[in-house]
Design a protein around this ligand. Structure first.
Ligand code: NAD
Length: 487
């Protein structure tokens, strides 16, 4: 299949893919371990050029009305559909997820774009007569130049968590995609330009730590959104806010699924298997720890059958790198050595014809104790650790002890227990009989605890407050209106 923009990964500044002088890093496809492109490791000078360009574009772009600005996103949505196959192929190639998962990611991007198109219906400014003849009104005003720093696991969707809403609300943006999966971002930028987005409104600066630090330090960037690991989310949040920027930094996760003995066996098994193995477990919403309450052997047995139907290279993609594969396998081996029982073992997987790829088959480990690393840390692979408990309260205590708090689900047919557990788990996104409880638009996406720093979610309605500031204007036209200290 032809990829329209070849496999470009230059910086994209002022509407052009730019050749730079920086060092480069190979971009490797996890599917087969082959180098497919290279990416610049930009320094602060590239960030500064992108910011200056965005500042110039901001004047005209922010002067348009919201209704005018979203017209670009209606056209962009049509282009996402038109170029759907290329976009899917690019995600598959650079990230290693299956074509089906890549299609779901691109389709989610379309949904995110639709939300931005609906902003004129959602951003409600208020007006009220606050004293006789005196009105007060609010307006949502863009911040200026903002930045979005994104991870490897959703190279198309996560940039579209931020680009449409931030830009439709009048901001100009510097996007810094993951250096491991930088390719989809350039195609997004090119399609937005085709949709009519003026030059300089969206700029893409590639790189790693140095570029991120330059974003956090740049005096003319008003807000930073970050999605990635908790370790880096903390660094970015502290650095950006100490430079007095607004910051929403979404971090890693350790999602618990609490399974009761009355759960619907087929529904629980298929949902849990899909959650732990989907996108090779590299989702911040993936099931990572199953807390089994009481006698649930019948569900575990069914779950193992489901996991064995998920085949690497067929309906299971690759993990991002050789290092990631080794890290994930180390967690399994350590847990086994500490006494856990590996029921389904995905280590040492090689896919015929893709011997250079980074594959791990689904892995289920039973009798994990809560103090093992595999029970506490983010593994980010197709691995499920089963922790056995006697009571619901014990299960809740295990979930509550996690530093993270992205997602938590319960599997039961009892409404009473479901409510009891949902009321007590410490997670921002919760589900009942749902393996991946992602709140779709217009609801907003964001976890609690060390899964999110800052006070806003990143998508949906909550993002409106993040990407704008409120101006309150009080007006009096009637000379007869009373004058007092209140007006
Ligand atoms: P990462 O933290 O390694 O990288 C994220 C971004 O930070 C990248 O753009 C990278 O270039 C940059 N970066 C890396 N190290 C840095 C450093 N020392 N200083 C400054 N910048 C640095 O994350 P990743 O491996 O790309 O993505 C996987 C992680 O992202 C997982 O932990 C996953 O849970 C998390 N994630 C969270 C969400 C969420 O919504 N909470 C969504 C997707 C992914």
């Amino acid at each position: 299949m032809k990829i329209v923009s070849s496999i470009k990964s230059g910086n994209y500044i002022n509407g052009q893919v730019i050749d730079e002088d920086f060092e480069t890093l190979d971009v490797i496809s996890p599917l087969n371990g082959r180098t497919i492109s290279s990416v610049y490791l930009s320094d602060a000078s590239a960030v500064d050029r992108a910011v200056k360009t965005a500042q110039i574009a901001f004047g005209e772009w922010s002067s348009r009305t919201l209704k005018e600005r979203v017209q670009i996103f209606f056209k962009f949505r049509a282009l996402l559909e038109k170029h759907r196959d290329e976009l899917i192929h690019l995600v598959h190639l650079e990230n290693g997820k299956t074509m089906g998962e890549s299609a779901a990611e691109v389709d989610k991007g379309i949904e995110l774009c639709e939300f931005a198109c609906s902003l004129p219906q959602i951003v409600n400014d208020e007006i009220q007569e606050v004293s006789k003849g005196v009105e007060c009104r609010t307006s949502h005003v863009p911040l200026g130049v903002v930045a979005s720093i994104t991870p490897f696991n959703f190279p198309h969707m996560v940039p579209l968590w931020t680009i449409p809403n931030a830009i439709a609300l009048g901001n100009c943006m510097v996007l810094k995609p993951s250096e491991m999966t930088p390719l989809s971002a350039i195609l997004i930028a090119e399609l937005l330009e085709k949709a009519g987005l003026p030059k300089g409104v969206l700029n893409v600066v590639n790189g790693g730590k140095e570029a991120v630090e330059a974003i956090c330090d740049h005096p003319d960037i008003a807000a930073v959104s970050f999605v990635g690991s908790t370790k880096v989310a903390k660094i970015v949040y502290i650095r950006a806010t100490s430079n007095l920027k607004r910051c929403a930094a979404l971090g890693g996760a350790k999602n618990h699924l609490i399974v009761l003995d009355d759960a619907h066996v087929d529904m629980a098994a298929s949902n849990i298997a899909a959650s732990m193995a989907g996108c090779a477990g590299q989702r911040c919403m993936a099931a990572s720890a199953m807390v089994a309450v009481g006698q649930v052997d019948h569900i575990v047995a069914r779950l193992c059958e489901e996991a064995k139907k998920i085949v690497p290279g067929d309906n299971l993609g690759a993990v991002i790198s050789k290092t990631a594969k080794e890290r994930i396998e180390r967690y399994i081996t350590e847990a086994e050595a500490a006494g856990a029982k590996v029921l389904v073992d995905g280590r040492n997987t090689v896919v015929e014809g893709k011997e250079g790829g980074f594959y791990i088959a689904p892995t289920i480990i039973d009798y994990v104790s809560p103090d093992m690393n595999i029970a506490k840390e983010e593994v980010f692979g197709p691995v499920l650790a089963i922790i056995r408990t006697e009571t619901v309260d014990e299960a809740i205590a295990i979930e509550n002890s996690s530093n993270y708090g992205n997602a938590a689900s319960v599997f039961t047919q009892s409404g009473g227990w479901a409510r009891y557990i949902m009321d007590r788990v410490s997670a921002g996104m919760t589900g009942v009989n749902i393996g991946v409880p992602v709140p779709r638009e217009p609801f907003s996406f964001g976890g609690w605890n060390e899964s999110r720093f800052g006070s806003h979610d990143i998508t949906g309605r909550s993002s409106i407050a993040f990407w704008t500031r409120l101006k309150k204007t009080t007006t009096k036209w009637n000379p007869e209106a009373r004058t007092n200290w209140m007006s």
